[in-house]
Design a protein around this ligand. Sequence first.
Ligand SMILES: *Cc1c(COP(=O)(O)O)cnc(C)c1O
Length: 399
Amino acid sequence: MKFKPANNIQDLQYFGEFGGVNPSISDSSTYTFLSAKTMFDTFEGNADGCYLYSRHTTPSNLYLGEALAAMEGTETATVTASGMGAITPVLFQLCGAGEHIVSSRTIYGGTYAFLKNFAPRMGINTTFVDITKLDVVEAAITPKTKVLYCESVSNPLLEVADIKGLAALAKKHNLKLVVDNTFSPLSVSPINSGADIVIHSLTKFINGSSDTVGGVVCGTQEFIDSLKSVIDGAAMLLGSTMDSLRAASILKNLRTLHIRMQQHSLNATYLAENFEKDGIKTVYPGLASHPSHNLFKSMMNEKYGFGGMMTLDVGSLDKANALMELMQERNLGYLAVSLGFYKTLFSAPGSSTSSEIPEDEQKEMGLSDGLIRFSIGLDADIERTYQLMKTCMIELNIL
Ligand SMILES: *Cc1c(COP(=O)(O)O)cnc(C)c1O
């Protein structure tokens, strides 16, 4: 039977301690033990079901982790204080001084800055490659390489990674394939294509309310245990712990993710098809003109569509800025970074979220000045939104 990620979330059943339909929120940083022996065993990692200290884990964090593991089809998961708080411990857990990472060059600006500027201070070096070219990826692998890193749909250029092809390379060279699936929750299930570890920034579509940051690492029990180890676990020791109150609120939002993703995809598809027809340079994985359209199609859980992210190139940074300001003035969305909100969010990545990437490198990867990244909202009447956006473009001589 084909993997149906939203069913897996739906099928989980939790009750509060008084029969509440939501699990109780654990409001404690530390936990008592009935015997000193159990405390010792818990430190040794041999007392399942016992809680130690909330930097390690909490009941609320385990509930959310379990739901996200069910969504991604992994054995288990651990939640973290932010997406970066998931990415950095994973890479430190998998790589030490002298070891090497091969990463897509079109990744989230923060991840890029971490790999390029910070990890080298720890003796970990990264080669950035065009992830859509498997021969280029393989050529970058050295005997020191431990990790292949990519985003299923990349930020901000919406390149699609051939996860099956990358997984085969990872297997051949004994590497771990780490996939950031933040842009395509439910639509893409990287584990189905052979990824080893799946990461999300929960800040975006999964929480969907732009009211918190959060992250998750989904993987095998063995790997997640190693991340949380009190002896040498990067998640435990670097301390990017999620708060229980937040875990409980994200879990509640997760339950409507399947409906939201369908609406984000529907709206983005409508706008992308129409703006492309109008002659605007439009990038959306759902368009037949997208270089990886068929690849995305071959990986996707169809019901959830091609996602809510789209880019339009309006020719110059000045025009992009003028358009974004006008759209905000007319309440068509917000000039803001981040994604997955009920309102459309837009920004010019070259001068914002990807400004960590040097200008010449931006040019080389096709990140042009006039590019606007859109996270399309849940608008109930997308035809009206389209007409109003088009009016703005006509007034600014973009159309
Ligand atoms: C936002 C984002 C991150 C970082 O997540 P935070 O929650 O902001 O730390 C990582 N990867 C992608 C693709 C993102 O969009």
